[in-house]
Design a protein around this ligand. Structure first.
Ligand code: 3UK
Length: 515
């Protein structure tokens, strides 16, 4: 069943997640730990207000979009809530993408202001002239080039006092882009009440986040998963978050755990698998959480054997903001996504949207009040995904008699690699542009840990010879064109691709490795 939030007619999420903590006496409590820096809730509030006033000073108004291309540092919470407090709408952008992706995000959203980490500025060189709507670029954590504004100048003279904009629970609050199998990424529009709903449901009832918790998410804040883990769950409870700007490797993650002693740790299956290969301990962690793709039972088994801490697997999505089916500390069923989170409802249906009995595989529909209001400027996609109160997750699931849900696969060809979407179609269109490639098909294949990675089947043009050298060259080529995690981990050279009578590649056969 749903839960009633009973939010007032005037409601601003920045007030709820930041100001409320100060009002309730937690001003001196540590809100953020990042490397050797630490900020109290009062400091986060002051910084948030200065950024909000800075944005207003640039002419940003309610509902204007503000793009954030930031690493996980203490600036992130202040910028995110600073924008929200003024009624503007932050867009959390993935920092691993390529210039053409940012060109799309910024032109599609028509963001007027961008806050960007100095270390990521290079991606704008090739596209800067094509940004049609961006008016101001603010550079964080480093010097600004002549065409941008430094963070210090941006907040210079800004007051640390700011009244929240008169938004309501159903106003736009933030956007997250989600990629699909074909077509451009879709901007999911989340509303002011969505983060509160996730905090009251998964945050409180499954994680049981308390004021004395310290959360550390290896998944970055620009993912819907990381945003909850590392920002609004801890802030909903007046707890502390640990932010780590560097890439999550076993070494950086174990070191951050050693240094800041989190009680809740959030990762994706690939990270858990690689952490099992490295030295390190988890002292102080009471529960680990996994999401993004299914957690193989064997990784869970080896983790518990070594660290004596459980991993709670749960499925969430960008459109629903966070996790809606989950295991919990007290009740973990290896290989299952767990049970429906209180506050959400699930249906498993056939092609005609008829409910299926336990044991039968169908499409998973979800209902719950953190579902985004729709996709920005994508009317057809919005209509086919959001079905009144329900959303079609495009996931194949079955449920057992006891109410545990089991993930079976996707309804489309999309792959989850390290918890992030990869569209085989996008990798194929990159491969086909390589001079040696005549035809290609990309499918998911599992590695030794039973985790999915892209695998490419290639037919070469005449005059090219298959071999490890060409294989390496093609992998490098893809890495240069696309975000790194998208490159094919295996390349198989074939004389021809298996096709149906109508000329469609039989992906099913390739997946079985019959090519
Ligand atoms: C897949 C899973 C099996 C599934 C996310 C936690 O992953 C998140 O959001 P995305 O929009 O992807 C959503 C899709 O990913 N998936 C996610 N978790 C699991 N499949 N087991 C899992 N545990 O296909 C889903 O539809 O990138 C995860 C919280 C917030 C999120 N946005």
């Amino acid at each position: 069943m749903g839960i009633e939030l009973e939010l007032p007619a005037q409601f601003n999420a920045a007030d709820f997640f930041v100001d409320r903590n100060v009002r309730e006496g937690r001003g001196e409590k540590t809100a953020v730990l990042c490397e050797d820096r630490s900020l109290t809730y009062s400091q986060v509030q002051a910084g948030m207000n200065r950024i909000g006033n800075g944005l207003k000073g640039l002419g940003v108004r309610m509902e204007d979009r503000v793009a954030l291309l930031l690493l996980d540092t203490e600036v992130y919470p202040q910028a995110f809530f600073g924008a929200i407090k003024t009624g503007a709408v932050p867009i959390c952008l993935n920092t691993l993408m390529r210039p053409k992706d940012y060109l799309y995000f910024l032109n599609d959203s028509r963001a007027r202001v961008l806050l960007v980490d100095a270390s990521l500025l290079d991606v704008f060189d090739p596209i800067r002239k094509e940004l049609r709507f961006l008016e101001h670029t603010i550079v964080v954590n480093g010097p600004a080039p002549e065409w941008a504004l430094s963070f210090d100048r941006f907040v210079e003279g800004s007051s640390s006092r700011l009244e929240p904009a008169p938004t309501g629970p159903d106003d736009s609050c933030f956007w997250l882009y989600s990629s699909g199998s074909t077509g451009s990424p879709k901007g999911a529009i989340h509303l002011q009440h969505d983060m509160v709903y996730c905090s009251e449901t998964y945050g409180k009832q499954v994680l049981g986040v308390r004021e004395d918790d310290v959360c550390f998410s290896a998944a970055k804040l620009f993912f819907a998963y990381g945003l909850g883990n590392g920002l609004y769950f801890p802030f909903s409870a007046g707890a502390t978050t640990v932010l780590m700007p560097v890439r999550p490797t076993p070494a950086s993650v174990y070191e951050t755990i050693r240094r800041h002693r989190p009680t809740l740790f959030f990762g994706v299956p690939t990270l858990y698998a690689s952490m099992l290969q490295a030295e390190g301990s988890l002292d102080g962690v009471r529960l680990c959480v996994s999401a993004g793709e299914a957690l193989p039972a064997d990784i869970l088994r080896r983790w518990v054997e070594r660290h004596h801490v459980q991993i709670s697997d749960g499925i969430g999505s960008t459109e629903i903001a966070h996790i809606f089916i989950s295991n919990s500390a007290e009740n973990i069923k290896p290989g299952s996504s767990g049970k429906i989170v209180p506050g959400y409802e699930a249906r498993i249906v056939d092609e005609n949207f008829q409910d299926l009995p336990p044991g039968q595989i169908g499409t998973l529909l979800i209902k719950g009040d953190s579902i985004c209001s729709g996709y920005w400027n994508k009317h057809e996609k919005t209509k086919s995904t959001f079905l009144g109160e329900w959303i079609n997750t495009d996931d194949k699931y079955y449920r057992d008699e006891e109410g545990y849900f089991y993930y079976v696969g996707r309804s489309n060809d999309m792959l989850k690699v390290g918890g992030i979407w990869v569209s085989p179609v996008e990798v194929e269109s990159c491969l086909i542009a390589h001079p040696a490639v005549l035809e290609c098909a990309v499918v998911g294949a599992t590695d030794k840990d039973d985790l999915v990675k892209p695998k490419a089947f290639l037919v070469l043009k005449e005059g090219y010879t298959a071999g490890p050298e060409l294989e390496q060259e093609i992998k490098e080529y893809v890495k240069k064109q696309l975000a790194h995690y998208k490159f094919p981990r295996w390349i198989v050279f074939v004389d021809e691709l298996p096709k149906t009578a109508t000329g469609k590649v039989k992906r099913f056969e390739l997946r079985k490795g019959q090519a």
